[in-house]
Design a protein around this ligand. Structure first.
Ligand code: ATR
Length: 296
């Protein structure tokens, strides 16, 4: 656990950081692999749009050298970083304090280096919800939602989905015990007692239909088709794959079942916009940048 788990509300954190940065501010995205990351392009576009002076680069950290990499960046005067696969959990354990939403997610994708302290935030959940509710214009309120997966990506969006008050959230996963554990944790916390939260095995979804179906598994990376009943998509359902840059078997299956299909590119840009806002206090307009990133 982080040494001081002071849970910042995000607005309090912004007020603490609201100081002008006179010189060009240095940021990075840390991961392994990292060459594919679109974050430098997205943040450069945000900076140009909002007239912010910053540099943003990709940093490949050795698999056993995440904390050393972070400390090097701090000593070189960097003021923040994004964290991506496979370091989000390590970042969670490294930081001195956490925002509330990073604590809920159990993972950190945004670091703020502030007076020799490392603050950990998580903007993935808010980016995901923003993409669905604003860009796709679909509300979670009173909807039946199916979350497929019980790894880090699913954990990261669990609380933000529940906070949007769906009528039902079902979690399904190849290893059912992990989905059951997620449900158990939600029930123990007791914050979302208005939402019915359950876990089912893939096979047991045969007689259920959902308005929003989210693929938070890593199956898109390996082109694996999930053994889900094709009947899970309600009429006009949204099928959302958190993966981006390719048409996954899940997206193809959902499309053939008549669902509206979206990939995770919007989430990528929105989580970056939220990190940019945390760091710089300015919220970029994501619409034009979404088009640039989609065309890359
Ligand atoms: P991430 O951080 O991307 O969520 P993760 O924590 O390793 O990565 O989780 C991967 C998720 O994809 C898990 O839900 C995993 O299911 P298991 O918990 O059963 O491992 C799911 N997943 C990966 N490969 C899969 C496959 N071939 N079929 C079904 N689910 C798969």
């Amino acid at each position: 656990m982080p040494k001081q788990a002071a849970k910042y509300k995000i607005n309090e954190l912004r007020m603490n950081l609201a100081m002008p940065i006179e010189r060009v501010a240095q940021y990075a995205v840390i991961g392994n692999p990292i060459a594919h990351s679109k974050s430098p392009i997205i943040h450069a576009a945000f900076a140009a749009q909002t007239s912010q002076m910053l540099e943003f680069e990709r940093i490949l950290a050795p698999l056993d050298g995440f904390s050393e990499t972070v400390n090097q960046l701090i000593s070189q005067g960097y003021v923040g970083a994004n964290v991506t696969i496979p370091f989000k959990l390590e970042a969670f354990n490294l930081v001195d304090s956490l925002t509330e939403r990073a604590s809920d997610a159990g993972a950190v994708n945004t670091l703020i280096f502030n007076h020799n302290q490392i603050i950990g935030d998580n903007t993935d959940g808010v980016g995901f919800v923003h993409d669905i509710t604003h860009n796709l214009n679909i509300s979670f309120a009173n909807k039946r939602v199916l979350l497929i997966g019980a790894g880090g990506a699913a954990e990261g969006v669990l609380h933000p989905i529940l906070a949007c008050s769906p009528s039902l959230l079902v979690i399904t996963n190849r290893s059912l015990d992990k989905a059951l554990n997620m449900v158990k944790k939600v029930k123990i916390q007791g914050d979302y007692h208005m939402v019915s939260v359950n876990a089912y095995a893939f096979d047991d979804l045969r007689h259920q239909q959902f308005d929003i179906v989210i693929n938070a598994t890593s199956t898109g990376l390996t082109d694996t088709l999930l053994p889900l009943p094709i009947t899970i998509f309600a009429p006009k359902a949204l099928a959302y794959d958190m993966m981006y840059g390719r048409d996954t078997p899940f997206m193809m299956q959902a499309r053939s079942a008549g669902a509206q299909v979206a990939d995770g590119l919007g989430m990528l840009v929105e989580q970056a916009a939220e990190a940019f806002y945390v760091w710089r206090g300015v919220r970029p307009n994501t619409q034009s940048i979404m088009q640039i990133v989609r065309a890359l």
